[in-house]
Ligand binder design. Sequence first.
Ligand SMILES: Cc1cc2nc3c(=O)[nH]c(=O)nc-3n(C[C@H](O)[C@H](O)[C@H](O)COP(=O)(O)OP(=O)(O)OC[C@H]3O[C@@H](n4cnc5c(N)ncnc54)[C@H](O)[C@@H]3O)c2cc1C
Length: 362
Amino acid sequence: MSDIIIVGGGISGLLTAREFSIRGASVTLLERQSIGKEASWAGGGILSPLYPWRQNEAIAPLCIDSLARYPQLAETLYGDTGIDPQWTQSGLLILDNPDLAKAESWCQNHAIPYELADTPAIDRLAPGLDYSADNPLWLPNIAHIRNPRLLKALRADLEDRGVTLLEDHEVTALEKRDHRICRVQTPQGAFSADLILLTTGAWSGRLWSDLFPRLQITPVKGQMIVFEADPKLLQPMVLDHGRYLIPRRDGHILAGSTIEHSGFNKHTTQQARDELEQFACSLCPALRHYRIQKQWAGLRPGTPSGIPYIARHPTIENLGLNCGHFRNGLVMGPASAALIVDLMLGCPSSIPAEPYSFDTPH
Ligand SMILES: Cc1cc2nc3c(=O)[nH]c(=O)nc-3n(C[C@H](O)[C@H](O)[C@H](O)COP(=O)(O)OP(=O)(O)OC[C@H]3O[C@@H](n4cnc5c(N)ncnc54)[C@H](O)[C@@H]3O)c2cc1C
């Protein structure tokens, strides 16, 4: 029997399993299909919220704390597993900032370096763009990570640490006795542990409604496309009117993303492909010469305010939840994992947990 059972093998589950393991706990992770194949695989890997000054300020501590953790995390995983998650500090160019004063104040308050980007600066940073800018801003320190590689590296790392990873193990019920979860049911059999943690992403809202009646998590579909472009076509990430381009190291350029409330359907659509292609090729006309290699969709675990739930259950003493990270699960991942492990183990945490509790409106 392990000390901890984690249900769900996305970025939240894998990072939390790693954090528990580092602190000496034995962990079993149960995943209903394959590890790291849902939202965490589908995301763009931008390690900043889009226009962070327009987000609920409650997520800022998790984002800022994670930013500091990522370089070391990526380097350690690469060193230990041989899989490079390609943490890349490409910088983020934001072309439309009608709320410039708010943006500057947010960057100053959180010590995020920024520069006002005039036309020569934009032409130097990202030659060949076709844009009409509104108070453009350059955030040189913002990075992206190649999330499928990060997930693979985390998986390899957990295997090396002796974490038990069980795929095709869907948790179908949590059995409660005396204010504790005594058994976790799967079609392959029952499991038990001292602590049970749910990291079930977009599925959390519908799976555990009897245990968490006020949980507000719904799936929000996002579609992306990727161009098979050449390295050096574009260096920084570029954000314009809510859509973005992310250049990978091999030259591939991702364009994203849609926001669709259509239940648990992950189908891609021609309309989304056309819209994303139109956005990408208008902003970076050279992309017209490159093939779209792939289109995909993922289900973000959406909450009304974008604030995740990172908390122990109010009455079931061995149960916790780390989910609902909506558009920022990669950004907030490392800090969220550290926080939930602190809460579950009863350790003091550097980040106040109150905004992420069940009692705080989301
Ligand atoms: C198109 C798109 C672009 C995005 N871009 C970014 C970005 O640039 N930066 C960023 O920070 N975030 C981004 N996101 C958001 C980010 O991907 C999510 O917030 C994050 O992946 C959520 O991680 P998770 O581990 O909670 O969920 P998931 O990755 O969905 O993992 C949940 C896991 O739980 C499993 N599960 C569910 N039910 C059960 C069960 N009963 N038993 C066992 N296992 C179960 C699922 O199979 C799944 O593997 C993007 C998302 C999308 C879709």
